[in-house]
Design a protein around this ligand. Structure first.
Ligand code: SF4
Length: 490
């Protein structure tokens, strides 16, 4: 990733980055050729999950076609690009790179032609044993051409032994380690596959009589006019073709269920349903818990918009302190590859937030944020609030301190870069220049996301270090790509 992109994508927001959104569409008759258009609007609704590239693949019963491009979904496709993707089956993908740098080559969906089938695949997550599986593919005579773990998954499914989808996906799931929510299209069939831990979400919806949509988040179903049916279970495969929908249970039934708790804190849209509950409601409960655990005398509760809006509502409700907006977000800040000089580097936060002095002047302000990663943005936000006249600034974070990197599809930072590494909460408070600072406890976080007492398991490894599967701690997102370069240099 170019350094400018790294700066503006990460430092200017200091937020963890979700690594992809996926959509699959099956229309009921082979004469309906608009599946790619529905998938387009689906990934448009999932733009928050990745902004580097976008792609679609469509099957019309005879062949499979694909189109990918860099940039936002709205810029990546022209009308004529969609016209060239006719068919009743389609998948779509919007990407922020996990493994593999942000080149057009790594844009998804990937396509692979196996001995008996050609398929296109789009992946959300991160497969941690991709390098080893790449060697297995090489032994089969299958060569990977990119640094993406998703290409490995695509070839592995296309070449998987077995005569049925159940046999092939069972082989795939018993081979892969890590996080993967997948949509797969052949010329006439749609599949949705969720890893046995259920790390990344995947929702299933009905689209008119006989039609189906699969999406990373239920908000995409709403936007295309599909009816949410349920979430795809950890380890489940759904296969949709002219005979309807079939489901196969997990081939690894004893795997620990580990839904990513950060989806509830930050990644997912507040209007998406995760683990049976509205994400907005879980975030309100996080704010309520923060107010109960860390009360403070103040005049105004404001969110760092937009991701902390729901939690700030909860904090205000539980504390009795009025809610308001003290920072306005420029909604049209996107990624840029322009290298910022020092002058603009300092303006980084200013390009994203503008304070409201009339609201803030003389007030003791509680500012609610979703998380603090490196802590590069927070001091600037506090500075903006103080310069706008805030008398005191108390920071409340609806996540525990981040202490460990994610290996399951989220780009955060390295351990050394986390502001919480080697610092107490008091030291962090001093570092960011707040009057007080408090983080939600791990216990309260679990209570907030597990409100229905369903007993669903969560991954919270970035806070606790308790990874649901063993990880190679020094692995980073370019490791697979380096393996490829090293091999070719030999
Ligand atoms: S380590 Fe954190 S971000 Fe990664 S899957 Fe687990 S909870 Fe989610």
């Amino acid at each position: 990733m170019p350094s400018a992109d790294r700066y503006l994508a990460a430092d200017a927001t200091d937020s963890p980055h979700e690594e992809c959104g996926v959509v699959g569409v099956y229309l009921p008759t082979a004469t309906d050729s608009d599946a790619a258009r529905v998938a387009f609007f689906g990934i448009f609704a999932l733009q928050h999950r990745g902004q580097e590239s976008a792609g679609l693949a469509a099957g019309d019963g005879r062949s499979l076609r694909r189109f990918t491009n860099v940039g936002l979904v709205s810029n990546a496709f022209r009308q004529e690009d969609l016209d060239r993707l006719p068919g009743h089956v389609a998948i779509g993908h919007t990407r922020y790179s996990t493994q593999g740098s942000s080149t057009a080559l790594n844009a998804q969906p990937f396509v692979s032609r196996g001995p008996s089938i050609e398929l296109a695949l789009a992946h959300n997550g991160n497969v941690i044993n991709a390098a080893e599986l790449r060697e297995r593919l090489a032994e089969w005579g299958v060569t990977c051409t990119t640094g993406s773990d998703s290409e490995v998954v695509t070839h592995l499914l296309a070449w998987a032994p077995g005569d049925t989808w159940e046999e092939k996906t069972s082989y795939l799931m018993r081979s892969l380690q890590g996080a993967y929510s997948l949509v797969v299209a052949t010329k006439d069939t749609l599949l949705g596959i969720r890893d046995p831990h259920g790390v990344r979400p995947l929702a299933l919806g009905r689209y008119g009589p006989g039609g189906w949509v699969i999406a990373s988040e239920s908000c995409a179903l709403d936007h295309v006019g599909a009816q949410f049916v349920r979430e795809i279970e950890p380890g489940e495969t759904v296969v949709i073709d002219r005979d309807g929908l079939r489901s196969f249970p997990s081939p690894v039934p004893d795997a620990r269920v580990a839904h990513c708790v950060f989806e509830h804190i930050y990644f997912a849209r507040p209007d998406s349903i995760l683990d049976g509950q509205l994400t907005h409601s879980a975030r309100v409960r996080m704010g309520v818990a923060l107010a109960k655990e860390y009360a403070v005398e103040a005049d105004l509760v404001i969110p760092v918009p937009d991701s902390a809006n729901s939690a700030a509502v909860g904090y205000a409700e539980a504390s009795g302190i009025p809610f308001g907006f003290g920072l306005i977000k420029n909604r049209y800040v996107g990624r840029t590859f322009i290298e910022p000089d020092q002058r603009f580097r300092e303006l980084g936060v200013r390009t994203k937030f503008n304070p409201l002095p009339e609201v803030l002047a003389g007030k003791r302000v509680v500012v609610v944020d979703d998380s603090i990663v490196r802590g590069t943005t927070t001091p600037h936000v506090i500075g903006l609030l103080r310069r706008a006249g805030a008398a005191e600034v108390h920071v409340r974070v609806c996540a525990p301190p981040i202490l460990n990197p994610c290996h399951f599809g989220v780009d955060m930072a390295t351990k050394d870069e986390f502001i919480a590494t080697g610092r107490t909460v008091e030291e962090i408070c001093e570092e960011i220049g707040a009057d007080s600072l408090a983080y939600l406890s791990v216990e309260s976080l679990h209570e907030a996301v597990n409100n229905d007492r369903s007993g669903a398991g969560f991954c919270d490894a970035c806070f606790t270090g308790n990874y649901p599967i063993p990880v190679q701690l020094q692995m980073d997102k370019l490791s697979l790509e380096r393996t490829i370069h090293h091999t070719s240099a030999d």
